[in-house]
Design a binder for this molecule. Sequence first.
Ligand SMILES: NC(=O)c1ccc[n+]([C@@H]2O[C@H](COP(=O)([O-])OP(=O)(O)OC[C@H]3O[C@@H](n4cnc5c(N)ncnc54)[C@H](OP(=O)(O)O)[C@@H]3O)[C@@H](O)[C@H]2O)c1
Length: 217
Amino acid sequence: MRIGVLGTGGVGQTLAGKLAELGHDVCMGSREAGNEKAVQWAAEAGEHASEGSFADAAGHGELVLNATPGAVALEALRAAGGERLAGKVLIDVSNPLDFSNGFPPTLTVCNDDSVGEQIQREFPDARVVKMFNTIPAELMVNPRAIEPSHTLPLCGEDDAAKGEAVALAESLGWPREDLLDLGGIAGARGMEMFLGLWVRLIGATGNRLVTVKVLSA
Ligand SMILES: NC(=O)c1ccc[n+]([C@@H]2O[C@H](COP(=O)([O-])OP(=O)(O)OC[C@H]3O[C@@H](n4cnc5c(N)ncnc54)[C@H](OP(=O)(O)O)[C@@H]3O)[C@@H](O)[C@H]2O)c1
């Protein structure tokens, strides 16, 4: 599959790297084509890897992943271009973290809105699925790095799009029973506000590689 990954940070590199390794044709996007990190990634990631602007990556992908900071995700997606996102599954991995007052971060949007919803509102023809934002990048592509199983929540308005996102997660090693569909895109509020707990779990355990398992009676 042709996949566009918007973002050259650790998440973009991790997801793009694994997806290219799995044989997908992956284009990594940044604000300007020729970004040093993206060029290096593409050179090292093999024949299935390329790089370009956000617009190049979005145009390339049949499916697009947003791995930019939540506070500027709309800017990045505007640069990608709504017409290049229309009809496509757009997996939003971002978190609206605000470190301007130090650590722990606050959120630039919360309670009655979320980045996931902002994106779906501004790009109504994109099929937005919020997924992967609640776990460290390493676990996105290697869920078995923590045993036993743990939970990957997701949400979005479009059931078929969520099905495609689930299939992608399964191809990365996620067992279907660990994926938990929270319903519509408003579920992104809770998924993004989970960050408040997550950063404290990291502090309390002293380990970045921390996640949760949802149990119900
Ligand atoms: N780190 C994790 O394990 C983890 C886990 C779950 C979710 N997340 C979320 O995943 C997202 C990506 O995180 P990350 O650490 O990989 O990368 P990041 O440092 O948060 O973002 C890097 C990307 O953002 C772009 N960017 C920066 N400022 C921008 C602006 N003003 N307008 C448009 N684009 C801009 C950069 O563009 P250039 O390439 O042009 O520099 C780069 O591609 C974040 O929302 C983060 O909260 C992270």
